[in-house]
Design a protein around this ligand. Structure first.
Ligand SMILES: [Mg+2]
Ligand SMILES: [Zn+2]
Length: 175
């Protein structure tokens, strides 16, 4: 696959929180999430947020508040779908509009990118469709994605299953 270029990281249930919507001002990171981002950045990878936030469409938070949150964490850029599921947009995961946009904006080969997320039927399907490396974390919805909700993404297996974001980052830089 060649050298890795970039990592796309989900927010809720992957970096912290609960897997559900939490306003950026109330969001709590998991232990070592910031260290994981720093580790990946330090190895020369570009780090992009990759998140569905349909509550933006409902006016419950502004996209700028998410962008600021990701900036403070050290992300190079945030790709955020603000639309409701009914909008039929191309960016909402498991669509790959955000990945294609990032590839165009940053000159990426998505086969040399990784997605880290907790949800099989959004994060892992999007990674699969884009031909990116699929890393599932067991935090958030991760454990449920592997068991109760595996039927929602039956034909796809993660390339790696990590306990949490720190282990995912360690795996990526050591592979
Ligand atoms: Mg998530
Ligand atoms: Zn969208």
């Amino acid at each position: 696959m060649g050298e890795m270029q970039a990592v796309f990281i989900d927010r809720d249930g992957t970096l912290g929180g609960t897997g559900h919507f939490i306003h950026p001002r109330d969001f709590t990171l998991y232990p070592r999430a910031l260290e994981a981002i720093a580790l990946l950045k330090g190895s020369g990878l570009r780090i992009f947020a990759f998140t569905n936030q349909h509550r933006i469409a409902r006016g419950e938070a502004a996209i700028e508040e998410f962008e600021e949150q990701f900036r403070t964490y050290g992300f190079d850029q945030a790709y955020i779908c603000p639309h409701s599921s009914e909008a039929g947009c191309a960016c909402r995961k498991p669509g790959i509009g955000m990945l294609l946009q990032a590839a165009a904006e940053h000159g990426l080969d998505l086969a040399r990118c990784a997605v880290i997320g907790d949800v099989g039927d959004t994060d892992m399907i999007a990674a699969h469709r884009a031909g990116a490396l699929k890393i599932l974390v067991r935090t958030g919805w991760g454990e449920g994605s592997l068991t109760e909700f595996k039927h929602r993404w039956p034909d796809i297996e993660p390339d790696y299953i990590a306990a949490e974001i720190w282990e995912a980052a360690r795996y990526l830089i050591n592979r």
